[in-house]
Design a protein around this ligand. Structure first.
Ligand code: AMP
Length: 213
């Protein structure tokens, strides 16, 4: 079963994707995480995508699709993937459908993380994460046990550069214009499911499990 987690930035998809992937053996593909890794490594791709990410704009479709194609081509089974933050445009969704078809595979379920716009900004500006293991915290609602260090790795937590209010407002605008058409794209395919992402982490996780079973 291949899944897509879709929703506004800050809706909790990344946190839930990491949980589900670790507990249920999905291959987690987050284009945002892949791009941040390239930026950290200082690669040419990293330099290129950084110019879009730091402004809160989308990386062009051809680059994103090439990264996904490259990621999938080495996989033994293209059938238990959790796509997180991809696709983000109808063009990407169509490219993904075509790509999966080549492997006799398809998208089985798209879980849409529904949350109000007001909640997003608060969630994002208080979001910090571990640069080593990627665990995501929120200084208000889900703080680390010790002052701004990761509960698991003990290293100092950091804030993403694009998690500031100005960039977030653009990310929300971009989402509405370019990503929200995916809702009707997947509704039409009959694979669309709503998650109430305003609930607690555990409740959201249980909603996800109920759709998978
Ligand atoms: P995320 O971690 O999913 O919030 O992504 C962080 C940033 O990476 C986004 O604001 C975009 O600039 C870029 N990005 C991630 N995934 C995609 C995608 N599928 N298409 C275009 N840009 C993306």
């Amino acid at each position: 079963m291949n899944l897509i987690f879709l929703g506004f930035p800050g809706s909790g998809k990344g946190t839930q994707a990491k949980l589900l992937a670790s507990r249920n053996a999905f291959v987690h593909i987050s284009t945002g995480d892949l791009f941040r890794e390239e930026i950290k490594n200082g690669s040419d791709l990293g330099k290129l995508v950084n110019s879009y990410i730091e402004k809160g704009n989308l990386v062009p479709d051809d680059i994103v699709i090439a990264v996904i194609e490259n990621k999938i081509k080495d996989m033994e089974n293209v059938d238990k993937i959790l796509f997180d933050g991809f696709p983000r445009t109808v063009e990407q969704a169509e490219a993904l459908d075509n790509l999966l078809e080549k492997y006799s595979s398809k998208i089985d379920k798209v879980l849409f993380f529904e949350i109000s716009e007001n909640e997003i900004i608060d969630r994002i500006v208080y979001r910090i994460n571990c640069p080593k293991c990627g665990k995501i915290y929120n200084l208000k609602t889900n703080p680390p046990k010790n002052d701004e260090t990761c509960d698991i790795c003990g290293v100092k937590l950091v804030q993403r550069k694009d998690d500031n209010e100005e960039v977030v407002l653009n990310r929300i605008k971009v989402y509405k214009e370019q990503t929200s058409p995916l809702i009707s794209y997947y509704r039409t395919q009959g694979v669309f499911y709503l998650i109430d992402a305003s609930k607690s982490q555990e409740e959201v996780y249980n909603q996800i499990l109920s759709y998978l079973n």
